[in-house]
Write a new protein. Structure first.
Ligand SMILES: Nc1ncnc2c1ncn2[C@@H]1O[C@H](COP(=O)(O)OP(=O)(O)OP(=O)(O)O)[C@@H](O)[C@H]1O
Ligand SMILES: Nc1ncnc2c1ncn2[C@@H]1O[C@H](COP(=O)(O)OP(=O)(O)OP(=O)(O)O)[C@@H](O)[C@H]1O
Ligand SMILES: [Mg+2]
Ligand SMILES: [Mg+2]
Lengths: 235, 230, 361, 235, 361
């Protein structure tokens, strides 16, 4: 068995992992940007509570988060039942559920760097935008957001990496179903469950590391590009 | 296509049985392996599983009571033995406090977590039953599952591990130093049942197949005890 | 037009400002730290005064009593900030046109025209991080000019520009104000610029506005010496262009009772003009001198002589009802035996009244 | 059983968790600051590799990281054997090992925000410091580091939360020994693994959430203080 | 003292600069974007030229050929940046004393003295974010002054300061240079400042240094009109204080062949002084006039008359070997029938030569 020849089930797990991580990121990133902006630039009642909720998945063991998701979004859970009855959307034991778990677990990691970046954008530039007639939302999209891009990228890469490696919440929430929810991390776990699985586990580790490495390189290149767009200096 | 939620410790056996089943019936079986507790809660939550195979009777009772599986379909498919595993070529060990303490020599005894893993609960019961708990409970290394405990012994991080016979048998780097008498712990029962949500016509045949001769032979070859199967 | 009467506390500054201006250029003049930027920020809506009222052209921008506080983006005030505040991620071009594509301000001012005026044509694709100090400031000016403002606030916009560039920009601002009718609120340390450009002068000192009024009046007030800077004291006189001397490049301006010859004045016969004549450029003689290169000499009568401490004396002379201010040594006052009521010949070098010293009214 | 009366074993788990998280943070934070600075401000051969290594614990399932730690720092592992022989330090099955696992897992989360903050510090200020005679290291401690404090705080709070909640690597590396390595997360997991453990799990969740909440509030106050120290505006 | 001969490319700018100065104040003068900041950054070590050599006081700071490139922190150059670059997290006091506690620069200049000079005493505990524009700039100046520099680079340091404050700071820089012997490299757009302060003037234009030399010489060069700004053209003359007229506050300065009366000159009998006399302040007469407030009149002979286009003529006169420059209308040249070689009376208002126009040598 050649080390660099992926088996069909490895391919499956790899593609599934990329799909899950990508969808998790795609869905949670906009929400994270919004939450980060609210946390950074506004004071509202419940500010502290939102902040704490965002961080909760980090503090709790993933199994608990997965269990909470199961209780909420499971077939019989209040949210799950509602979504399934109203929109026909079901997260239970499907890759969408894996993406949900990955997204929730990655959320705090995405929010924090973005929030820091928003806080670092000089409000004077937003004032300048407003004095030129831009409404708050326009100023946000034309000034604040572009200037916070390095942080958004940083948050995204942390979140993507986390989503790729998420294990505990995923296996608890959507179980370990091949082709549906068995991502690389879960396949790796499965491999370790038999004595003969060491080689398979090693191969899977390499695959995961390789993908992560590729994603990081891409993000570094993008970050460098972003920085050079700023002309290497502040105005 | 049949979906089976099975305790992770059964992986090797289940995959072999499934391929046998597939070649006989043409039905594909898909497994989701995880800890018994995890799976039990999922089955309770209505997971799209047809069969649930538990490594622990308490969890199966729990699921049956909470409407996860059809209580009438629960059946035992195998049982197991507890052993003490040590480095290869170690001498056999008597199940008494002095010998075990001597062997450990201040290091830890790896076993599945008595608080979380069925294997650990059985192990604890056995140790208590043999009057060994007092002396070793301070020296335990409770692991997430049996495989991790066994690997720890195989690597030499811990000199001794309390594990299932099935696991110890396949691991080439360890030897079985002692086997616990069946009477020292509640019977280690592997139970299978059809879930409430299953409407798959192949569920019953597979359940049947698990207790059939082909499956039992596979289980036996992997070290499971099959003589008590109904 | 612009009516301000506000008060509040900003940091350690007790702020209280009151002035009104009738359009044109209103200059804010005061020492560093006197509150000029604070005042402009309040008018722009970036800072909120505690009490008072600001209205522009009949629109109430702020009224504490009525709870009105128009948001910045609705005030339509073009703001050239003291620190340029360019958008570092946008090219110079996108910075300049920001108000159009992000602020939905249309405006009919031409981008090319502004780019030419400010000498930015080779820089359009650059990011602000790669501009020199003066270039940044010019982009900031252009950005505000192109935002179709109802009022233009300029906080020391020319501080780091060279004289040649200032000489290009100042007449443009003049035109903007005159032709396009956009009032300008101008912060400057240079009394030359202020005199050259302003219609109304507002003095700021320690967060207060001790005086404001038409610039001609303010510049002849001797009690504001410290604020306006004695060296730069002078007077504004009004005149009417009566003819040209094309051969020598001189324009003849009738100031009522005398005709001045002024080089290089871009005005037509019939125009009314405003000339600022600095006190230090005016000499006095007992009788009209002969064989002198100073071309403008006319008789006027002394209305007051204020002998300050030090070697200087300030003399106000009146010709018809225009006031001229002269600054000579006390020694000369004594030598020439000058006194209030006496008639003297006022001498003004033609070249002293140059392009920077006057403005079309 | 009163909900707010902690049981002795809950107390034990709580204190252990705080100890483990605090030690993990105390040790990894300085290293993270150094690594973040190197990644942000220098280009050296192996830059990409270091960056990838830092993120690896995020991408791999925690169990794998725990397993690698076991291989390296276990009694028979190369590093573990060396440390134990030379300094008598052992990580195996002790709370120090739990701290090591927590630190390693938290590391990428700490590095990223700090790195972003370093990148956001205007190099012109460092130039100014040098022109005033400050050597690079002095400029770092007097200018760069203080200006990056919000990011360092942000990284620290992410890292602390992660260290508190770390589960997979910890249980794999140092097992789940009550009083020694059973942190709140492991205790919580333990509770969920018995059919009757729901109430205990709920209590532990509350405790963990409460501690995290307290830590977040503290960090928010500190951050606000930092920001107000800057006078609310850039120079 | 400071020897610069470097070349390189920065962004779109082809850079090539060569000049040498013998200590004192060296001014860099040029339009916005001409490369002044770039040049100062290269001297400070913040930018590295491609080729060339920079040496200061015998120490080689940079030499491409020898591979020498002294790091910024070892050059001991106090730098007032065009953008203030204050440390936002430090109080004004800590910013001012940064070089002492972080740069291990001792220096014997007194903090209080600098704080007083710059009017910062009430601001010491503030953070830079709460300062006005001019206040920031003053802190930046103070910080550089207190860094015990071997050379002081000041990039438009007074751009946003009012006249009164400038008048306080300029003499201090003078003293710094004269007494403490610290050379200053001064970037400015104001020819007044440059003339007032400089010993050497370096003209920068499009990244090149077309001319440099002693300031007196440079200011009388008519070929540099565009660079120095015609309006501000003038000449420097040297003189010796021969006495005081205490009653009238006038100082008598012998310029060799004539004695000028100058108000308010802070000099002692016996001092040598340098006076800048702007061409526009000089009038010419055919014979010594009577009854005129202009006190300084002396005979000189015309060496050249350059009639430019437009209404003006520039006239150089010489008295002994001092050159005086006058600017009058072409009309007057014709009226008075002036020509090279002719003797005329030069008239200079005493008040035109005021405190800003002269410097102790
Ligand atoms: N955020 C702030 N907090 C506290 N004090 C402030 C703040 N901003 C400005 N000040 C103080 O208020 C006063 C007025 O500041 P302002 O910026 O309006 O001055 P300015 O007239 O524009 O001065 P400059 O000509 O130097 O720009 C100054 O003394 C300044 O120190
Ligand atoms: N980082 C950069 N990249 C590209 N071009 C630059 C960069 N910095 C400056 N320039 C260009 O180099 C030229 C010289 O810039 P420099 O800052 O030295 O000008 P300056 O003489 O100081 O002008 P100012 O008086 O406006 O400050 C300008 O045309 C500027 O646009
Ligand atoms: Mg200001
Ligand atoms: Mg510059």
């Amino acid at each position: 068995m050649n080390l660099f020849d992926l088996q069909p089930d490895e391919w499956q797990a790899l593609l599934l992992t990329l799909k899950v991580a990508a969808v998790a990121l795609a869905v949670s990133l906009p929400v994270a940007v919004l939450v980060a902006y609210l946390l950074a630039r506004t004071r509202f009642p419940g500010h502290g509570l939102v902040n704490a909720l965002v961080h909760l998945p980090l503090v709790l063991p993933p199994v608990v988060t997965g269990y909470v998701l199961l209780l909420m979004f499971g077939r019989k859970g209040p949210v799950g039942a509602f979504l399934s009855d109203t929109f026909g959307i079901s997260f239970a034991f499907s890759w969408t559920g894996a993406a949900l778990a990955a997204g929730v677990m990655a959320f705090p990691l995405i929010v924090r760097p973005i929030r820091l970046s928003f806080e670092a954008v000089d409000p004077k530039l937003e004032e300048a935008a407003k004095s030129l007639g831009a409404r708050r939302i326009v100023a946000f999209f034309t000034v604040t957001l572009p200037l916070a891009l390095p942080g958004i990228l940083g948050g995204a890469i942390l979140g993507f990496a986390k989503a790729m490696g998420e294990f505990g919440a995923t296996i608890t929430f959507v179980s370990n179903i091949p082709g549906e929810t068995r991502t690389l991390a879960l396949a790796l776990y499965t491999a370790t469950q038999t004595p003969s699985g060491d080689l398979a586990a090693f191969r899977l580790t390499l695959i995961a590391a390789f993908v992560a490495f590729a994603a990081l390189i891409a993000s570094e290149l993008l970050a460098r590009h972003l920085r050079s767009r700023l002309g290497g200096a502040d105005a | 296509e049949l979906t089976v939620f099975a305790a992770a410790s059964m992986r090797e056996a289940m995959e072999r049985i499934a391929s046998e089943f597939e070649s006989e019936t043409g039905m594909r079986v898909v497994f989701s392996f995880a800890g018994t507790g995890t799976l039990a809660r999922q089955v309770e939550a209505g997971a799209p599983a047809d069969l649930f195979i538990s490594a622990d009777s308490d969890w199966m009772d729990y699921v049956a009571e909470n409407g996860g599986v059809e209580p009438a379909s629960v059946r035992q498919i195998a049982s197991n033995k507890l052993v003490l595993a040590g480095p290869k070529e170690s001498p056999a060990l008597g199940l008494n406090a002095a010998e075990i303490a001597g062997f450990l020599d201040g290091q830890r005894l790896a076993m599945a977590d008595p608080d979380t893993v069925p294997a650990g609960r059985y192990g604890k019961a056995a140790l208590e039953n043999l009057g060994l708990w007092q002396s070793v409970s301070g020296q335990l290394a409770p692991m997430e599952n049996v495989r991790v405990a066994l690997a720890s012994v195989a690597r030499g991080d811990t000199p001794l591990g309390l594990v299932y016979r099935t696991d110890a048998q396949i691991e080439p780097n360890v030897a079985i130093l002692a086997t616990f008498p069946d009477t020292s712990h509640p019977e280690i029962r592997y139970l299978a049942a059809v879930t409430e949500v299953s409407s798959n016509p192949a569920a019953d045949p597979f359940l049947e197949f698990l207790t059939g001769p082909d499956a039992q032979e596979i289980l036996q070859s992997l070290g499971f005890v099959t003589d008590k199967v109904e | 037009m612009l009516d301000v009467d506000i008060a509040g506390t900003v940091g350690s500054l007790e702020f209280q400002a009151r002035f009104a201006s009738e359009g044109g250029v209103t200059s804010l003049f005061g020492q560093s730290g006197s509150g000029k930027t604070t005042l402009t920020n309040m008018i722009a809506g970036l800072l909120v005064p505690q009490t008072g009222r600001i209205s522009l052209d009949g629109t109430v921008l702020f009224d504490a009593a009525q709870g009105v506080n128009l948001p910045v983006q609705e005030r339509r005030i073009g703001h050239v900030f003291q620190d340029a505040r360019l958008f570092p991620h946008l090219s110079v071009r996108s910075n300049l046109t920001y108000a159009r594509w992000a602020g939905r301000r249309k405006g009919d001012r031409d981008l090319d025209e502004v780019v030419d005026l400010l000498g930015l044509s080779t820089l359009l694709e650059r990011k602000p991080g790669r501009l020199s100090g003066g270039e940044k400031q010019r982009v900031a000016i252009g950005r505000a000019l192109l935002s179709d403002p109802r009022l233009l606030i300029m906080d020391e916009p020319l501080a780091s520009l060279d004289q040649a560039r200032r000489n290009d920009i100042l007449p443009y601002l003049d035109r903007l104000c005159g032709e396009a009718g956009i009032p300008i609120l101008y912060v400057s340390h240079s009394i030359e610029e202020v005199a050259r450009l302003s219609d109304t002068l507002v003095i700021l000192s320690d967060g207060r506005t001790p005086a404001y009024g038409p610039v001609a009046e303010m510049l002849t007030r001797t009690d504001l010496g410290r604020a306006t800077g004695r060296h730069e004291a002078g007077a504004l006189i009004h005149g009417k262009v009566t003819g040209m001397d094309a051969a020598w490049g001189l324009t003849l301006v009738d100031i009522g009772g005398a005709v001045l010859q002024i080089p290089d004045l871009p005005a037509e016969t019939g125009d009314t003009v405003r000339l600022r004549i600095r006190a230090r450029d005016v000499a006095l003689a007992l009788e009209p001198p002969k064989g002198l290169s100073i071309r403008n000499a006319f008789e006027a009568s002394i209305t007051s002589i204020s002998e300050e401490t030090g070697p200087y004396a300030e003399i106000l002379c009146v010709l018809n009802d225009q006031t001229i201010r002269a600054r000579i040594t006390r020694a000369s006052v004594a030598d020439l035996d000058l006194a209030a009521g006496k008639n003297v010949t006022v001498l003004i070098k033609s070249v002293a009244i140059d392009r920077r010293q006057r403005s079309l009214v």
